[in-house]
Design a protein around this ligand. Structure first.
Ligand code: TYD
Ligand code: MG
Length: 455
């Protein structure tokens, strides 16, 4: 009889303990421990032999091969951007996202991209025929792309060793399992084991591996947090499923910065990179409407303009309704409180609804001014003057503070043909206005109505 080794793992953080615990000593969560079989002694296959892993030894910095810093062009500029300039050989990239958001589509497109790379697309969720159908829809071909419908880790690894691809996609980590463990696919111990094995292969063979991970309702990648620690890069694919825009966001990146975003549009023939987000985030109206303001935002190094819509109406019931999409509702409440106190607008009698174009989620405080301007415009039912946009942060006493990278926001606004931009007065001395755009500087919220309705 094979000897079975068991351990207990915290479902939230992956903490391992030899016996059951009520409270996790690592993350403090209660009642999260579950029993997992971690190994059967008789059934340890010789994985190492199959992989011919070269013995590693410590090296001096100048001995380390330069090729480790080479970047692979994924064929998609938006993906390259989020990865920090391309895919690093030997890196393990976790791609997370809600079901149906387009993770499989994106990774299949990466595998099929015409960049002369040998790719292996492993699917544990769909059959080879289904993938073929999807590939036909997407309509791009890479002769070097292999499709493999398999869930057993040992078989996958054997194929990676045999085929020697440059890029591997595992769709998804929750469906693959190793036969050395008794627990079912998707359990903490399986995810740990599979990810650790893939990491080993990525590092020793220089293969870049994308792992797809599902996201639970509370927004974390299903399975242990430990997955995020193992991988080099964590990307999140997000967006409103009712909307066609998707954002690829870097959450962790060992090879670059994490503030870059990639923007995609889901079409009927797959995902298309959106290199110029401003164009999709601005609508064009025949005549100016009240409640609409354009904010100059900056995510990462790239500035873009986005439309904010607000609706302020008389509250029908005692407690006014406040609802936002794409913007932090607590931040909106704070902005409304400042309007009430500093401008004397009677927000406590008003319902306020706030929307960002394209279902975009924004966390940029530089959009405060645009949000406030949209609210003021709807409150007085008066459109902003034409060709005006805004960039600035608002403080609790109604002071207008500079938004990070204001200069880039101004250039983007000028590029898109805006004639005037309202910014904080605390930085304008150092700012040079690009041709064709006028900079209006304000220091406090009280000056905003005049600036936004100025003819
Ligand atoms: P999918 O990549 O299967 O999502 P995930 O792997 O994250 O669960 O994408 C599923 C959605 O994308 C599906 O609802 C259909 C839509 N879609 C398109 O709109 N156009 C396309 O070309 C493809 C392939 C999918
Ligand atoms: Mg999928």
């Amino acid at each position: 009889m094979a000897k079975v080794k068991k351990a207990y793992f915290c479902r939230d953080c992956g903490y391992e303990a030899p016996k059951w615990l009520g409270k996790c000593p690592s993350c403090g969560a209660w009642n999260t421990f579950s029993e997992e079989v971690i190994a059967r002694e008789s059934a340890t296959p010789s994985l190492a032999a199959a992989s011919q892993i070269e013995r590693s030894r410590p090296m001096r910095l100048d001995e380390i091969r330069e090729s480790n810093h080479r970047r692979i062009d994924t064929g998609y500029s938006e993906v390259n951007r989020v990865l920090g300039g391309g895919l690093v050989p030997g890196s393990l990239v976790l791609l997370g996202g809600e079901p149906g958001i387009g993770k499989s589509t994106l990774s299949l497109q990466l595998a099929l991209a015409e960049n002369k790379l040998k790719t292996l697309y492993v699917s544990g969720e769909e059959s080879a025929e289904q993938i073929r159908m999807r590939a036909d829809r997407i309509g791009i071909r890479n002769e070097e792309c292999m499709i493999y419908a398999e869930t057993l880790l040992e078989n996958i690894v054997t194929q990676i060793v045999e085929q020697k691809p440059d890029v591997v996609v595992i769709d998804s980590i929750q469906t693959i399992y190793s036969e050395i463990l008794d627990s079912s696919a998707g359990s903490v111990s399986q995810i740990r084991e599979c990810a650790a094995t893939l990491l080993k292969y990525a590092k020793t063979t220089g293969t870049a591996i994308f792992i797809i991970g599902h996201i639970t309702k509370d927004g974390t990648i299903a399975g242990p947090k430990i997955l995020e620690h193992i991988v080099d890069v964590v990307l999140q694919f997000e967006g409103d499923s009712n909307n066609c825009y998707r954002i690829l966001r870097g959450i962790k990146n060992r090879f670059g910065a994490t503030f870059e975003i990639g923007v995609f549009e889901m079409l009927d023939n797959g995902l298309r990179s959106v290199e110029n987000p401003s164009e999709i985030l601005l609508s064009h109206y025949e005549e100016p409407l009240s409640g609409i303001a354009v904010g100059a935002s900056a995510d990462g190094l790239r500035p873009y303009l986005i439309e904010v819509q607000a609706l302020v109406s008389n509250a029908a019931y005692g407690t006014p309704q406040r609802s936002t999409t794409g913007f932090d509702s607590r931040r909106m409440n704070m902005l409304l409180a400042v309007l009430e106190k500093r401008v004397g607008m009677k927000m406590f009698q008003k319902d306020v609804f706030l929307n960002f174009a394209g279902g975009f989620k924004v966390a940029d405080t530089g959009l405060d001014l645009a949000v406030v301007a949209a609210v003021i415009s709807s409150y007085f039912d008066r459109p902003l003057s034409e060709g005006v946009c805004l960039a600035g942060e608002m403080g609790l006493s109604g002071e207008i503070r500079p938004a990070p990278r204001t200069e880039q926001r101004i250039s983007e606004a000028a590029r898109l043909g805006f004639r005037r931009i309202i910014v904080s007065g605390y930085i304008t001395k150092s700012l040079k206005a690009p041709k064709g755009i006028e900079i209006v500087a304000i220091n406090s919220i009280a000056e905003l109505p005049k600036a936004m309705f100025m003819e």
